[in-house]
Design a protein around this ligand. Structure first.
Ligand code: GCO
Length: 264
Protein backbone atom coordinates (compact mmCIF):
# COMPACT_ATOMS: atom_id res chain seq x y z
CA UNK A 1 0.00 0.00 0.00
CA UNK A 2 1.55 3.31 -1.07
CA UNK A 3 2.00 5.57 1.95
CA UNK A 4 1.26 8.57 -0.33
CA UNK A 5 -2.43 7.67 0.18
CA UNK A 6 -2.17 9.36 3.58
CA UNK A 7 0.19 12.17 2.63
CA UNK A 8 -1.26 15.67 3.15
CA UNK A 9 1.76 17.64 1.88
CA UNK A 10 0.61 20.82 0.13
CA UNK A 11 -2.90 20.69 1.63
CA UNK A 12 -4.42 23.48 3.73
CA UNK A 13 -6.66 22.40 6.63
CA UNK A 14 -8.98 24.71 8.58
CA UNK A 15 -9.78 23.16 11.98
CA UNK A 16 -12.30 25.18 13.95
CA UNK A 17 -11.72 25.24 17.71
CA UNK A 18 -8.11 24.07 17.31
CA UNK A 19 -6.48 26.05 20.13
CA UNK A 20 -6.87 23.12 22.57
CA UNK A 21 -8.40 19.68 23.24
CA UNK A 22 -9.57 17.30 20.52
CA UNK A 23 -9.38 19.99 17.82
CA UNK A 24 -5.70 20.56 18.57
CA UNK A 25 -4.98 16.81 18.63
CA UNK A 26 -6.64 16.28 15.23
CA UNK A 27 -4.95 19.37 13.75
CA UNK A 28 -1.58 18.14 15.04
CA UNK A 29 -2.19 14.80 13.30
CA UNK A 30 -3.04 16.54 10.02
CA UNK A 31 0.01 18.77 10.40
CA UNK A 32 2.32 15.81 11.04
CA UNK A 33 0.94 14.29 7.80
CA UNK A 34 2.08 17.44 5.97
CA UNK A 35 -0.91 19.79 5.98
CA UNK A 36 -0.68 23.52 6.73
CA UNK A 37 -3.00 24.19 9.68
CA UNK A 38 -5.33 27.17 9.90
CA UNK A 39 -5.79 27.53 13.65
CA UNK A 40 -9.13 28.94 14.75
CA UNK A 41 -10.55 30.07 18.05
CA UNK A 42 -12.85 32.78 19.33
CA UNK A 43 -11.75 33.23 22.93
CA UNK A 44 -8.57 35.32 22.79
CA UNK A 45 -5.82 36.22 20.34
CA UNK A 46 -3.36 35.21 23.07
CA UNK A 47 -4.74 31.64 23.09
CA UNK A 48 -4.52 31.48 19.30
CA UNK A 49 -0.93 32.80 19.29
CA UNK A 50 0.04 30.26 21.98
CA UNK A 51 -1.52 27.44 19.93
CA UNK A 52 0.28 28.55 16.74
CA UNK A 53 3.55 28.57 18.68
CA UNK A 54 2.82 25.02 19.89
CA UNK A 55 2.18 23.76 16.35
CA UNK A 56 5.36 25.44 15.09
CA UNK A 57 7.33 23.81 17.89
CA UNK A 58 5.99 20.52 16.51
CA UNK A 59 7.45 21.55 13.09
CA UNK A 60 3.94 22.14 11.74
CA UNK A 61 3.18 25.11 9.46
CA UNK A 62 0.35 26.97 11.22
CA UNK A 63 -1.40 30.33 10.94
CA UNK A 64 -4.02 31.61 13.37
CA UNK A 65 -7.35 33.35 12.69
CA UNK A 66 -9.74 34.54 15.40
CA UNK A 67 -13.37 34.42 14.31
CA UNK A 68 -16.75 33.37 15.71
CA UNK A 69 -18.03 30.36 13.74
CA UNK A 70 -21.66 31.21 14.61
CA UNK A 71 -21.41 34.66 12.95
CA UNK A 72 -21.92 34.23 9.20
CA UNK A 73 -20.45 37.64 8.29
CA UNK A 74 -17.34 36.91 10.36
CA UNK A 75 -17.02 33.49 8.70
CA UNK A 76 -17.35 34.94 5.19
CA UNK A 77 -14.69 37.56 5.96
CA UNK A 78 -12.35 35.05 7.58
CA UNK A 79 -12.55 32.57 4.69
CA UNK A 80 -11.92 35.35 2.15
CA UNK A 81 -8.86 36.49 4.17
CA UNK A 82 -7.54 32.94 4.65
CA UNK A 83 -7.91 32.09 0.96
CA UNK A 84 -6.15 35.37 0.04
CA UNK A 85 -3.33 35.16 2.60
CA UNK A 86 -2.72 31.40 2.79
CA UNK A 87 -4.55 29.70 -0.06
CA UNK A 88 -7.58 27.55 -0.89
CA UNK A 89 -8.95 25.45 1.98
CA UNK A 90 -8.64 21.76 0.99
CA UNK A 91 -9.77 20.25 4.30
CA UNK A 92 -12.36 21.59 6.75
CA UNK A 93 -12.75 20.06 10.20
CA UNK A 94 -15.86 21.42 11.94
CA UNK A 95 -14.74 20.78 15.50
CA UNK A 96 -15.69 23.90 17.49
CA UNK A 97 -18.38 22.98 20.01
CA UNK A 98 -19.78 23.57 23.48
CA UNK A 99 -21.75 21.49 25.95
CA UNK A 100 -24.13 22.51 28.72
CA UNK A 101 -25.04 19.80 31.21
CA UNK A 102 -28.51 20.55 32.60
CA UNK A 103 -31.66 18.41 33.01
CA UNK A 104 -33.92 19.32 30.06
CA UNK A 105 -36.78 20.38 32.31
CA UNK A 106 -34.50 22.95 33.93
CA UNK A 107 -32.70 24.15 30.80
CA UNK A 108 -33.20 27.74 29.68
CA UNK A 109 -34.34 28.02 26.04
CA UNK A 110 -31.51 30.48 25.38
CA UNK A 111 -28.96 27.90 26.59
CA UNK A 112 -30.53 25.17 24.45
CA UNK A 113 -30.41 27.45 21.41
CA UNK A 114 -26.78 28.40 22.08
CA UNK A 115 -25.69 24.74 22.06
CA UNK A 116 -27.59 24.14 18.81
CA UNK A 117 -26.08 27.32 17.34
CA UNK A 118 -22.47 26.39 18.06
CA UNK A 119 -22.62 22.62 17.61
CA UNK A 120 -25.01 22.31 14.66
CA UNK A 121 -25.61 25.63 12.90
CA UNK A 122 -21.95 26.70 12.79
CA UNK A 123 -20.79 23.58 10.90
CA UNK A 124 -23.49 24.46 8.34
CA UNK A 125 -22.33 28.11 8.16
CA UNK A 126 -18.62 27.34 7.80
CA UNK A 127 -19.20 24.45 5.37
CA UNK A 128 -21.56 26.54 3.21
CA UNK A 129 -18.85 29.13 2.64
CA UNK A 130 -15.83 26.80 2.39
CA UNK A 131 -17.57 24.39 0.03
CA UNK A 132 -18.02 27.08 -2.66
CA UNK A 133 -14.28 26.97 -3.42
CA UNK A 134 -14.23 23.17 -3.19
CA UNK A 135 -17.06 22.94 -5.74
CA UNK A 136 -15.14 25.24 -8.09
CA UNK A 137 -11.97 23.18 -7.71
CA UNK A 138 -13.93 19.89 -7.84
CA UNK A 139 -12.12 18.63 -4.77
CA UNK A 140 -12.42 18.83 -0.99
CA UNK A 141 -12.73 17.08 2.38
CA UNK A 142 -15.12 18.06 5.14
CA UNK A 143 -15.13 16.34 8.53
CA UNK A 144 -17.85 17.09 11.09
CA UNK A 145 -16.97 16.21 14.67
CA UNK A 146 -19.98 14.30 15.91
CA UNK A 147 -20.17 12.41 19.19
CA UNK A 148 -21.33 9.32 21.04
CA UNK A 149 -24.35 11.55 21.53
CA UNK A 150 -25.02 11.37 17.80
CA UNK A 151 -26.24 7.83 18.65
CA UNK A 152 -27.11 7.72 22.36
CA UNK A 153 -28.75 9.98 24.91
CA UNK A 154 -27.45 10.69 28.39
CA UNK A 155 -28.93 12.53 31.38
CA UNK A 156 -28.32 16.32 31.29
CA UNK A 157 -26.86 16.54 27.76
CA UNK A 158 -30.14 16.78 25.79
CA UNK A 159 -29.27 19.94 23.84
CA UNK A 160 -25.83 18.55 22.95
CA UNK A 161 -27.33 15.20 21.85
CA UNK A 162 -29.92 17.00 19.71
CA UNK A 163 -27.13 19.02 18.06
CA UNK A 164 -24.79 16.08 17.55
CA UNK A 165 -27.61 13.84 16.31
CA UNK A 166 -28.50 16.55 13.84
CA UNK A 167 -24.84 16.93 12.85
CA UNK A 168 -24.72 13.24 11.92
CA UNK A 169 -27.69 13.71 9.58
CA UNK A 170 -26.29 17.01 8.25
CA UNK A 171 -23.09 15.10 7.43
CA UNK A 172 -25.12 12.57 5.43
CA UNK A 173 -26.94 15.33 3.59
CA UNK A 174 -23.76 17.25 2.80
CA UNK A 175 -22.30 13.99 1.45
CA UNK A 176 -25.44 13.48 -0.65
CA UNK A 177 -25.35 16.96 -2.17
CA UNK A 178 -21.60 17.45 -2.64
CA UNK A 179 -20.20 14.00 -3.56
CA UNK A 180 -20.84 14.71 -7.24
CA UNK A 181 -18.23 17.51 -6.97
CA UNK A 182 -15.61 15.05 -5.68
CA UNK A 183 -16.07 16.40 -2.15
CA UNK A 184 -16.10 13.78 0.59
CA UNK A 185 -18.03 14.68 3.74
CA UNK A 186 -17.76 12.38 6.75
CA UNK A 187 -17.83 12.55 10.53
CA UNK A 188 -15.67 11.51 13.44
CA UNK A 189 -17.49 10.41 16.58
CA UNK A 190 -15.17 10.57 19.60
CA UNK A 191 -16.07 8.35 22.53
CA UNK A 192 -15.09 9.54 25.98
CA UNK A 193 -11.77 11.43 25.95
CA UNK A 194 -9.69 13.03 28.66
CA UNK A 195 -10.10 16.74 27.83
CA UNK A 196 -11.07 19.99 29.58
CA UNK A 197 -14.65 19.42 28.35
CA UNK A 198 -14.92 16.12 30.24
CA UNK A 199 -12.82 17.16 33.22
CA UNK A 200 -15.87 17.92 35.43
CA UNK A 201 -17.14 14.33 34.97
CA UNK A 202 -13.73 12.65 35.04
CA UNK A 203 -12.20 13.77 38.29
CA UNK A 204 -11.08 10.88 40.52
CA UNK A 205 -13.95 9.51 42.53
CA UNK A 206 -16.58 11.01 40.21
CA UNK A 207 -19.08 8.14 39.61
CA UNK A 208 -19.02 8.87 35.89
CA UNK A 209 -15.27 8.21 35.73
CA UNK A 210 -15.67 4.59 36.92
CA UNK A 211 -18.81 4.17 34.83
CA UNK A 212 -17.01 5.05 31.59
CA UNK A 213 -13.99 2.87 32.33
CA UNK A 214 -16.36 -0.05 33.07
CA UNK A 215 -18.63 0.68 30.10
CA UNK A 216 -15.77 0.97 27.55
CA UNK A 217 -14.38 -2.38 26.28
CA UNK A 218 -10.92 -0.76 26.04
CA UNK A 219 -11.41 0.03 29.76
CA UNK A 220 -10.01 3.55 29.61
CA UNK A 221 -10.70 7.15 28.58
CA UNK A 222 -9.39 8.01 25.13
CA UNK A 223 -6.22 10.03 24.61
CA UNK A 224 -6.86 12.94 22.18
CA UNK A 225 -3.96 11.76 19.98
CA UNK A 226 -6.02 8.59 19.31
CA UNK A 227 -8.15 10.73 16.95
CA UNK A 228 -5.29 11.68 14.59
CA UNK A 229 -5.52 8.51 12.48
CA UNK A 230 -9.21 8.90 11.67
CA UNK A 231 -8.67 12.59 10.87
CA UNK A 232 -5.78 11.82 8.50
CA UNK A 233 -7.75 9.00 6.82
CA UNK A 234 -10.83 11.18 6.21
CA UNK A 235 -8.66 14.10 5.02
CA UNK A 236 -6.56 12.06 2.58
CA UNK A 237 -6.77 10.33 -0.79
CA UNK A 238 -7.34 7.10 1.19
CA UNK A 239 -11.00 8.11 1.71
CA UNK A 240 -11.79 9.37 -1.81
CA UNK A 241 -14.74 6.95 -2.10
CA UNK A 242 -15.96 7.27 1.51
CA UNK A 243 -19.04 9.47 1.88
CA UNK A 244 -21.45 10.21 4.70
CA UNK A 245 -19.97 7.94 7.36
CA UNK A 246 -19.25 8.70 10.99
CA UNK A 247 -16.07 6.95 12.12
CA UNK A 248 -16.45 6.25 15.83
CA UNK A 249 -13.19 6.39 17.79
CA UNK A 250 -14.62 5.19 21.08
CA UNK A 251 -12.72 2.17 22.48
CA UNK A 252 -15.68 -0.03 21.52
CA UNK A 253 -18.28 1.62 23.75
CA UNK A 254 -20.93 1.79 20.98
CA UNK A 255 -20.33 -1.89 20.12
CA UNK A 256 -21.59 -3.24 23.43
CA UNK A 257 -24.43 -3.08 25.97
CA UNK A 258 -21.74 -3.17 28.67
CA UNK A 259 -21.18 -5.68 31.44
CA UNK A 260 -22.10 -6.12 35.10
CA UNK A 261 -19.78 -4.25 37.49
CA UNK A 262 -18.30 -7.45 38.96
CA UNK A 263 -17.53 -9.03 35.55
CA UNK A 264 -13.97 -8.81 34.17
C1 GCO B 1 -20.77 13.98 28.40
C2 GCO B 1 -19.48 14.11 27.61
C3 GCO B 1 -19.69 13.61 26.18
C4 GCO B 1 -18.35 13.55 25.47
C5 GCO B 1 -18.41 13.22 24.02
C6 GCO B 1 -18.85 11.81 23.82
O1 GCO B 1 -21.08 14.91 29.18
O2 GCO B 1 -21.42 12.95 28.23
O3 GCO B 1 -19.02 15.44 27.60
O4 GCO B 1 -20.60 14.44 25.54
O5 GCO B 1 -17.71 14.78 25.59
O6 GCO B 1 -19.25 14.10 23.32
O7 GCO B 1 -18.81 11.55 22.44
Amino acid sequence: MSISLFNLEGKIALVTGSTHGLGMAMAKGLGKAGATIIVNGNSSQQKIDAAVAYYKKESINAIGYKFNVTDENAVIKAIQTIEKEVGAIDILVNNAGIIKRTPLEDMEVADFKQVIDVDLVSPFIVSKHVVKGMITRKEGKIINICSMMSELGRNTVGAYAAAKGGLKMLTQNMATEWAKHNIQVNGIGPGYFATSQTEPIRVDGHPFNDFIVNRTPAAKWGDPDDLAGAAIFLSSQASDFVNGHVVYVDGGILATIGKPNNEE
